[in-house]
Design a binder for this molecule. Structure first.
Ligand code: NAI
Length: 261
């Protein structure tokens, strides 16, 4: 019999680049990777926010972390951030494309055009640009480069009034499949996560009682998720042992997308 082959379940020593790390799921992901011994480049357009997250992670005793102020809508800034990561840590092994925002619009509204442009630029085009900027380094990773794109359950279905976001997130799933197909031969995997309703700043304005009603009606687990529940699935996709997971869209939604009634 072929002997059982234990696979490596640690990201210790790997360098991870995270966008949108000042808040919510990006922040939780930075905390988790730091605790797992990874070197973390935490980036966000919110300079104070990302510096604060880096400080709190250092205070928790994890020093292999740096902050970079990055608006992912800026192509030159993306290249500079990747270069700074490699200069600081000597590698870029794992990319987490997480930055995003929510702006609702009905197709009849004039602002639809601007919201469409910003949504596609920040949540789809930027992911492609980051992947391409990081590619030379992801290719050098001996245990296999890892890319995780954050999509949404809005990439699998649609909520009224959310067209630009829905289109961008459907695009993230397409981008993930395209990259998985193109980069698999280089040992790089590309997967995406489709979070359901997660308690973060993106939905902080929705009153608690509305959240409770929605969750009890739509989510089998009957509550919103917390950012750490998504971060842990993201981490699982980035383990060296996750070497045969490629091109998938994983709902982390408490069962929202499989519930019919
Ligand atoms: P959040 O609002 O807590 O964090 C988003 C972060 O992205 C913020 O720190 C913000 O400054 C940053 N950001 C926004 N635009 C940026 C830009 N142009 N450049 C760099 N950073 C930028 O929100 P959350 O929920 O943690 O969002 C993370 C990702 O998860 C987003 O892509 C979002 O679409 C997605 N998502 C969130 C869900 C939820 O229920 N919270 C559900 C499904 C997907």
């Amino acid at each position: 019999m072929i002997p059982y082959q234990p696979l490596d379940r640690s990201v210790a020593g790997k360098t991870v680049f995270i966008t949108g790390a000042a808040s919510g799921m990006g922040r939780a992901t930075a905390h988790l990777f730091a605790r797992e011994g990874a070197k973390v480049m935490a980036t966000d357009m919110n300079e104070d926010g990302v510096n604060t997250v880096v400080e709190e992670i250092r205070e928790a005793g994890f020093d292999d972390i740096a902050a970079f102020t990055l608006d992912v809508g800026d192509h030159d800034a993306i290249k500079a951030a990747v270069a700074a990561t490699v200069e600081r840590f000597g590698a870029l092994d794992i990319l987490i494309n997480n930055a995003g925002f929510a702006r609702l619009a009905h197709p009849s509204e004039d602002q639809y055009e601007d919201i469409w442009h910003d949504s596609v630029n920040v949540m789809l085009t930027a992911q492609q640009r980051l992947i391409r900027a990081a590619l030379p380094y992801l290719m050098k990773t001996e245990t296999g480069g890892r890319i995780v794109n954050i999509a949404s359950t809005e990439g699998l279905g649609a909520t009224p009034g959310n067209g630009p976001y829905v289109a961008a997130k459907h695009g993230v799933i397409g981008l993930t499949r395209a990259m998985a197909t193109d980069l698999g031969r280089d040992g790089i995997t590309c997967n995406c996560i489709c979070p359901g309703p997660i308690l973060t700043n993106i939905n902080a304005e929705i009153p608690d009682e509305h959240k409770t009603i929605f969750a009890k009606r739509r989510v089998p687990i009957r509550r919103y998720g917390i950012p750490e529940e998504v971060a842990n699935v993201t981490l699982s996709c980035c383990l060296p042992a996750a070497s045969y997971l490629n091109g998938v869209a994983i709902p982390v939604d408490g069962g929202l997308t499989i519930k019919n009634a």
